[in-house]
Each structure stands twice: as structure tokens, then as C-alpha cells.
Design a protein around this ligand. Structure first.
Ligand code: ATP
Ligand code: MG
Length: 349
């Protein structure tokens, strides 16, 4: 049995079903993210694991013990909320020691643990300050230290970085992963930021409308999305209308030009079939054994590391991403070009 297990979990608020039919098995030391749009039930699921919300149906077990109806203290979990939620009238040291104080740990032990945690998040000098004297990033580090101080069995993080600016966010992401791996702590991380989920996680749960859409490693989710929702939510995706579909042989026609697709990747195909392909799979120029299409450049967007082209292929617009390099000669709008992509890179939805 997995270390943390949720089975048939659901939560209904009045007429709103926030979480439905949710099953998940998390191994000890694993880092799992819940990724999905606003209102899809991420926080509600996390709060049920933490004991801050009681499920309508289902069972939660932790280390073989049924914790479904235990209080948060009893289950010994650490939670970091979306807003830092530090106690404003307590010093940083008191904030970090709060959980241990509540458990009536000996003073000496608390002091030692607080210092350890401050070292862990590199904020040793701030022990006697108050939260308002720290920056947002520093406060969030303290919130993390406070959650970890009690040596929780599971660490629950609810969009802990969303209030911070982009640079600090990336820095703290790395910090969270470093600490998580150093401590080997089982972690559930809620985010609506796909880059964050892909970068941090051992496995990602993609959610939509209270349900799990797909669970897998970041590469599985990105390369083999099992539903259209996942394909569109994670990463950029071209969805191009096609005709004359032959599923058995993996052939179709895109804007009058023949295309071969990956037909080993089976799924139900809608009545208006579309070819799915990631922009980075498309290259300029002909390639041996690749699908080749004629098109015209509509726009060229220079984004730094990548250059995104919008290409008109016989009336169908698609995006193609080129890796930037200093010697790259950029195509220009209205250039007639040939693009190509391998058969295995595209699939039918
Ligand atoms: N206490 C509550 N009472 C009533 N409805 C609630 C309550 N908490 C959440 N909901 C509803 O449950 C659904 C899921 O909410 P939840 O907070 O879990 O979403 P979320 O995925 O965390 O979204 P966000 O990314 O915006 O934080 C929403 O429709 C929300 O309105
Ligand atoms: Mg939320």
C-alpha cells in the first residue's frame, strides 16, 4: 500500500461538487503536484489531506492508518497556505517554533529546531524580527520553515509562490525542491502554473472540474496527454483541422497536403478530427522522412530563447518555435517557406 492514499474522495459544498471520485496513491518521499485551472478543486483536495476539510465520501490513509476524520494536529502534517499566514505579532523564531510549542516540546529542543530550520532556509539573522520586516519571499521561506519544524509526515503546499515576483518564484522553486529532497519529505504541491508543476514534480495530477484528468511524470503528461484538456492546458499546442482520416494507417490531409501521424497513440477521435502538434516539433526546411508542408510566414515573434513563427499553411494557421541562436537568420513576414515535422511528433484528437 502506498504511503499516502486517497480513495473515492469527494467533497460537496451545497450544490457545488468541488471534488469528485478522486483516487491517488503517493509513495514515501514523492513530490506530487496538483495542476489545474482556478476552481478545479485543488485547494479543497489539499485541505482534506490536511484535515482542514472533511470529505463527503472516501477514505484517506497515511502510513497504513485511516486519518480521514482526524484533526490536523493528530495527523501531523505541515501546511503552507497561499497567503503566507505568519502570525504578525510573533517574531520569526516564535512563528517557526509555534507548532512545537503547541505540542509542548521542551524549550531547549524548540530552540535547536528553530535554528536548524532558519539555517535550512538561509535566514539565520532574522530570528528576532517580525514578519512585516521581511520581504514576501523571505516570509514565504519562514512559512515553509514553520511547516517543516514539526517534522511533518506530509508537507502540503498551496500555491506557495503565487504572490511573489517571477525571479524570486524561480529561486524559491529550486529551494523548495532542494529542501524536499534533502529531507526526503512526501510533498503535495498545488499550483496552476504548469512550468512550476513540470519542473518540481516526480508526478503531476492534472485536474479539471473536481476530477483527475491524468496522472503521470512531467514527460508523460507533456508528451502523451490523455485528454484534449490536458494537451491544451499543459504547454502550447497546435490543433489543426484535418480531413480524409485513415486511423489504421495513420494518414490524413491538412489543407490539401498529406500528413502522417502517430497512430500507435490510440484514443477516441472526435467527429471533427484535429491534428495535435507542439510548436517545438516543427522545423523550417525539408527533412528526410518527415511530413513536409508549404506555407507562408504571417508573424515572427522574438521571445528570447525561442522565436515563435505563425505560419499560414493553406489557410490553416499554426505556431512553430525555433531555438534562438546568435547566428540564426530570422524569417520575415510574407516569406514563402517549407516546414517539416516527424510522423511520431503529431497525433489525432
Ligand atoms: N467553503 C466552501 N463553500 C462553498 N464552496 C466552496 C468552498 N470552498 C470551495 N468551494 C468551491 O469548490 C470549488 C473548488 O474550489 P477550490 O478552492 O478547491 O479550487 P482551486 O482549484 O483551489 O482554485 P484556485 O486555483 O482558484 O485556488 C469551487 O467551485 C469553489 O467555489
Ligand atoms: Mg486554491
Amino acid at each position: 500500500m502506498a504511503y499516502l492514499s486517497l480513495s473515492n474522495l469527494s467533497k460537496v459544498f451545497g450544490t457545488t461538487t468541488a471534488v469528485e471520485d478522486f483516487d491517488l496513491e503517493v509513495e514515501k518521499g514523492e513530490f506530487v503536484s496538483f495542476l489545474g485551472p482556478s476552481g478545479c478543486g485543488k485547494t479543497t483536495t489539499l485541505r482534506m489531506i490536511g484535515g482542514f476539510e472533511m470529505p463527503t465520501t472516501g477514505v484517506i490513509t497515511l502510513d497504513k492508518e485511516d486519518i480521514t476524520y482526524q484533526s490536523p494536529n493528530q495527523r501531523n502534517v505541515g501546511m503552507v497556505f497561499q497567503s503566507y499566514a505568519l502570525f504578525p505579532n510573533m517574531t520569526i523564531g516564535q512563528n517557526i517554533g509555534f507548532g512545537l510549542q503547541a505540542r509542548k516540546s521542551p524549550e531547549k529542543e524548540i530552540k535547536k529546531r528553530v535554528n536548524e530550520m532558519l539555517t535550512l532556509v538561509h535566514l539565520e539573522k532574522h530570528i528576532d524580527k517580525y514578519p512585516y520586516q521581511l520581504s514576501g519571499g523571505q516570509q514565504q521561506r519562514i512559512a515553509l520553515a514553520r511547516a517543516l519544524a514539526i517534522n511533518p509526515r506530509v508537507l502540503l503546499l498551496d500555491e506557495p509562490l503565487s504572490a511573489l515576483d517571477a525571479k524570486i518564484r524561480v529561486e524559491l522553486r529550486l529551494e523548495i525542491r532542494r529542501i524536499q529532497q534533502a529531507m526526503g519529505i512526501t510533498t503535495i504541491y498545488v499550483t496552476h502554473d504548469q512550468e512550476e508543476a513540470l519542473m518540481l514534480s516526480d508526478r503531476v495530477v492534472v485536474m479539471s472540474q473536481g476530477r483527475m484528468e491524468q496522472i503521470g511524470t512531467p514527460a508523460e503528461i507533456y508528451n502523451y496527454p490523455s485528454t484534449e484538456f490536458v494537451a491544451q492546458f499543459v504547454g502550447q499546442l497546435n490543433l489543426l483541422p484535418v480531413t480524409h482520416v485513415d486511423v489504421m494507417n495513420g494518414t490524413c490531409v491538412l489543407a490539401g497536403q498529406p500528413v502522417k501521424f502517430d497512430h500507435s497513440f490510440k484514443r477516441t477521435i472526435s467527429e471533427t478530427p484535429r491534428l495535435a502538434i507542439r510548436p517545438e516539433e516543427i522545423q523550417i526546411g525539408i527533412g528526410e522522412g518527415r511530413n513536409t508542408l508549404k506555407g507562408r510566414v504571417e508573424t515572427v515573434m522574438f521571445l528570447g530563447a525561442v522565436v515563435r513563427l505563425r505560419v499560414d499553411v493553406g489557410g490553416v494557421l499554426l505556431s512553430a518555435d525555433l531555438f534562438n541562436e546568435r547566428s540564426l537568420t530570422l524569417p520575415r513576414a510574407r516569406d514563402e517557406i517549407v516546414i517539416s515535422f516527424p510522423e511520431h511528433s503529431c497525433w489525432l484528437i
